[in-house]
Design a protein around this ligand. Structure first.
Ligand code: TLP
Length: 345
């Protein structure tokens, strides 16, 4: 088959020749000893970008959330999260299994919870209940459809959290997409959170790597958890160099991915049997419903696959497409042809 257009995730990007060159030339050291200059520079850079004191490089987004949540909580604590949140759905239950906390999921609107909903979920001080220790938000919200979390809502949740002595963590796997779409700096979001994580291996196009950010004391604790979970890495500057390259070259171009997602969403919305409001596609993720198409999500995805377009069935009647730097405008035009043909059948 000719070139496959892979829209399953923005995690599928491959490092470009220039990124690989930066990796090959990286100055490295043993990062468990804190001696990898490329990692140290990356951590300092990200902490500064987010307006926090310190940062910690970790292998994956899942480990970033696990380390971050572990460092905020004790066994038996409760953590409020949106019901479609990544940590609740896609991290294999790690925070419950490893950190011993309980998640208290609340149904949001496209992944967004407001302060009143969170307030209603905070446990009263009674020994029957687990203490509510942490609120986790996600920006952009993956299963919500790439939703940019409205910053006013984050501000209201922060006020509530402060008044109740509850910490806040942001799953910012795609924080840069939120920034490019909203025109806000990452630090504008970060100021509302005690900790954040962000990924280099999604839209930014690096092969591996995420980072946890917070105060110096908090990152000390997170550092211990990274070791506890086996996430201490050695000459990992080769990967941090890819992350540096991604920050230098791949941030502003996320706007192209958002334009491509919009193009595809508009075409999908015109297909019979597809339910999707293209106006709600703000970033690089499109989630559409096919329940009235007469075919299942997996059947449709298989049909697309046979025509060289890959998407993910995220439920029996729901499909996700994600744009990224390895998908050109021409690829999107081709994907639109395939999609339109499939729904005409
Ligand atoms: N998301 C992946 C899959 O796990 C679903 C994807 O293809 O979108 N937070 C958010 C919001 C994420 O979307 C992801 C990855 C993670 C955390 C975890 O990152 P990794 O995959 O590096 O562990």
């Amino acid at each position: 088959m000719e070139h496959v257009i892979d829209l399953r995730s923005d995690t599928v990007t491959k490092p470009s020749p220039e990124m690989r060159r930066a990796m090959a030339e990286a100055v490295v050291g043993d990062d468990v000893f804190g001696e990898d200059p490329t990692v140290n520079r990356l951590q300092e850079r990200v902490a500064a970008l987010l307006g926090k004191e310190a940062a910690l490089f970790v292998p994956s987004g899942s480990m970033a959330n696990l380390v971050a949540i572990s460092a905020h909580t004790e066994r038996g604590d409760e953590v409020i999260i949106e019901k479609n949140g990544h940590t609740f759905n896609y991290e294999s239950g790690s925070v419950c299994a490893a950190a011993g906390i309980q998640l208290h999921p609340q149904q949001g609107e496209r992944g967004v919870l407001d302060a009143a909903q969170i307030e209603a979920a905070i446990r009263p001080p009674d020994h029957h209940f687990p203490p509510t220790r942490l609120i986790v938000l996600e920006n952009t919200h993956n299963r919500g459809g790439g939703t940019v979390y409205p910053i006013e809502k984050i501000g209201e949740i922060r006020e509530l959290a402060l008044s109740r002595g509850i910490q806040m963590h942001l799953d910012g796997a795609r924080l840069w997409n939120a920034c490019v779409a909203s025109g806000r700096r990452p630090s504008e979001y970060a100021r509302y959170f005690d900790s954040l994580m962000m990924c280099f291996s999604k839209g930014l196009g690096a092969p591996i790597g995420s980072v946890v950010v917070g105060s110096k004391d908090y990152i000390e604790v997170a550092h211990r958890y990274r070791k506890l979970y086996g996430g201490g890495m050695r000459q990992v500057g080769v990967i941090a160099a890819a992350a540096q390259y991604a920050l230098d070259h791949n941030v502003d171009r996320l706007a192209e991915d958002h334009d491509h997602a919009k193009m595809l969403a508009q075409a999908l919305a015109g297909c019979p049997g597809v339910a999707l409001n293209p106006d709600l596609v703000e970033t690089n993720i499109i989630i559409f419903d096919v329940s009235s198409s007469g075919r299942s999500g997996p059947d449709i995805v298989q049909d697309f696959r046979e025509q060289g377009v890959l998407m993910l069935a995220t439920g029996p009647a729901s499909i996700r497409a994600v744009t990224h730097l390895d998908v050109s405008k021409e690829n999107i035009e081709k994907a639109i042809e395939v999609v339109q043909q499939s729904f005409r059948k």
